[in-house]
Design a protein around this ligand. Structure first.
Ligand SMILES: *Cc1c(COP(=O)(O)O)cnc(C)c1O
Length: 405
C-alpha cells in the first residue's frame, strides 16, 4: 500500500463524513458499550436497543400470559420463515428462500449432506479451501462418513480451486465468502460460475458477509448458503443461523436431518416423513423462540438501510482504518487484508508476531478487536453503528501500539 494514501485524513474530515453519512442515524438503534470503540461486530454484533423490551414482551405477554396459545397467536411457528424473509432481503434472495435454523455448522452439515445425497454417482467429492473456518471443515469431515461411498473431501489453497473443479467429480464446492482470518473477499460470482461450468453445486458460507457485504444469491446463481445471526446481523450471542435454498432446488434436495418441523404437515403427526415442498424442508425442530425474537430485532435495525449503503460505508470505514495506520506507522504494518475494495470484506487484519499482546494493549486503550492464532489482530467494522471519527481515533491508537514495537 502507498504509505502516503492516508495523509489527508483528519479527525475533522472524519466528523464531516459522519455528518453526511446517509445511514449514520442507524447507530441510534443500538446499545453500544460506552468504554470502547467496538471493532468486534464481526464476532458478536452489538445489541439492538429494541432487544430488551422485545424479549420482555415475549417473556411476559407471549409466554407468561398467553403461554401455549402463542404458538398460533404469537406467530411463533412462522418465526423461522418470517425472520428468514428479512434475511433474504440482505443477501439478495427471494422471499421463501431462507429459513432460520439451529446454527451455522448444523445448517452447513444439512446442505452438504443434501448436496451429496442428490449428486449423480460419479460426483463424489466435496471441495473447499484450507483457509475455511475450522467448524465448516469439521462438518464436512463428519458428514462424508455417513455415505457408504465415503465421498472425498478435497481441501486446496484458494488459487487451486479452478484446477480442482476441473477434475469433473466435484458434487459441491463450499466456500466462505469472507475469510475469517484475513478478511479477504472471494469473487462469489465468478467462482459460482466456475463451479456450475464444472457441474458442481456452489455453496457459500455467509457468516462474515450477511449484513455487511452484498451477496446477490439470486443474481449470482448461488445454489445453497448458510450464515450466522450473531455477527453483522446483530442477533445476539448464540443467535439462530440461517439456510438459503435456491427455489429451483426446493422440493428436490433432501434434508439429511429430517424432523417434524420440516414435514409437509407436522400437525398431522404421521408415522412417515414426507418433506415439505418448500424451504421449510430444511427445518428440523421447534424454533428457538426467545433467540429468534432477539435476532428479529437485529434485522429490524436494518429497516430503511440497503445492503449497498451498508457496503459503501463499510468500505469507507476500513479504508480510513488502513490508510491512517499506514500513514502513522510510515508503512511499517503488514495487513493480511487486501487493500483493494473488491478484495476485502468488512474487517481489517494485521499480521504481527506479538498480535495477542497488541490486541490486549488496544483493549486497555479503548479499542476492542480480537486475536486469531498464530499472528492475526482482527478488527471488524459494522457499518450500521460505527462512526468514521471513532474509527479514525481507533486507527491512531493501534498505529501507536504498532509503532512502539
Ligand atoms: C462464526 C462462523 C461460524 C459459526 O458457526 P456456529 O456453528 O454458528 O457456531 C461458522 N462458519 C464461519 C465461516 C464463521 O465465521
Amino acid at each position: 500500500m502507498a504509505t502516503t494514501a492516508g495523509i489527508g485524513w483528519t479527525r475533522e474530515r472524519c466528523e464531516e463524513l459522519d455528518r453526511s453519512d446517509p445511514i449514520g442515524w442507524a447507530r441510534g438503534r443500538f446499545a453500544l458499550p460506552g468504554d470502547v470503540v467496538y471493532l468486534e461486530g464481526n464476532s458478536l454484533g452489538a445489541m439492538p436497543s429494541a432487544a430488551p423490551a422485545r424479549l420482555a414482551e415475549v417473556l411476559g405477554k407471549e409466554w407468561g400470559e398467553a403461554a401455549s396459545r402463542s404458538w398460533g397467536a404469537g406467530k411463533w411457528m412462522e418465526g423461522p420463515r418470517r425472520v428468514g424473509d428479512k434475511i433474504a432481503r440482505l443477501i439478495g434472495a427471494k422471499p421463501g428462500e431462507v429459513v432460520t435454523c439451529e446454527s451455522t455448522t448444523i445448517g452447513l452439515a444439512k446442505i452438504l449432506g443434501a448436496s451429496l445425497a442428490a449428486a449423480p454417482g460419479k460426483r463424489r467429492a466435496l471441495l473447499t479451501t484450507s483457509t475455511n473456518f475450522p467448524s465448516d471443515l469439521y462438518a464436512a469431515q463428519g458428514m462424508r462418513r455417513f455415505f457408504s461411498s465415503e465421498p472425498e473431501l478435497r481441501v486446496v489453497e484458494p488459487e487451486a480451486l479452478p484446477a480442482a473443479l476441473g477434475a469433473g467429480d466435484v458434487a459441491a464446492m463450499f466456500l466462505t465468502q469472507v475469510d475469517f482470518r484475513t478478511g479477504a473477499l472471494f469473487d462469489l460470482g465468478s467462482l459460482t460460475d466456475l463451479a456450475h461450468r464444472a457441474g458442481a453445486l456452489a455453496i457459500w458460507d455467509l457468516c462474515h458477509s450477511a449484513g455487511a457485504v452484498p451477496v446477490g444469491c439470486e443474481a449470482n446463481g448461488v445454489d445453497l448458503a448458510v450464515g450466522c445471526g450473531y455477527k453483522y446481523l446483530n442477533g445476539g450471542p448464540g443467535s439462530p443461523a440461517f439456510v438459503y435454498v435456491r427455489s429451483a432446488h426446493q422440493g428436490r434436495l433432501p434434508n439429511p436431518l429430517p424432523g417434524w418441523m420440516g414435514h409437509a404437515d407436522p400437525m398431522a403427526f404421521g408415522r412417515d416423513f414426507v418433506a415439505a415442498k418448500d424451504v421449510s424442508a430444511f427445518l428440523t425442530s421447534t424454533p428457538s423462540v426467545l433467540a429468534l425474537a432477539a435476532l428479529e430485532t437485529g434485522l429490524d435495525a436494518f429497516e430503511g438501510v440497503t445492503i449497498e449503503q451498508a457496503r459503501e460505508k463499510s468500505l469507507q470505514l476500513t479504508r480510513v482504518f488502513m490508510e491512517v495506520i499506514s500513514r502513522d506507522t510510515g508503512g511499517a504494518v503488514r495487513f493480511a487484508t487486501p487493500p483493494e475494495p473488491s478484495g476485502r470484506g468488512s474487517q481489517v487484519s494485521i499480521r504481527h508476531e506479538d498480535a495477542a499482546a497488541i490486541v490486549r494493549e488496544a483493549e486497555r486503550l479503548g479499542v476492542l478487536g480480537d486475536f486469531r492464532p498464530p499472528d492475526i489482530c482482527r478488527f471488524g467494522f459494522a457499518p450500521l453503528y460505527l462512526r468514521h471519527s471513532e474509527v479514525y481515533e481507533a486507527a491512531r491508537i493501534v498505529a501507536d501500539i504498532l509503532g512502539d514495537r
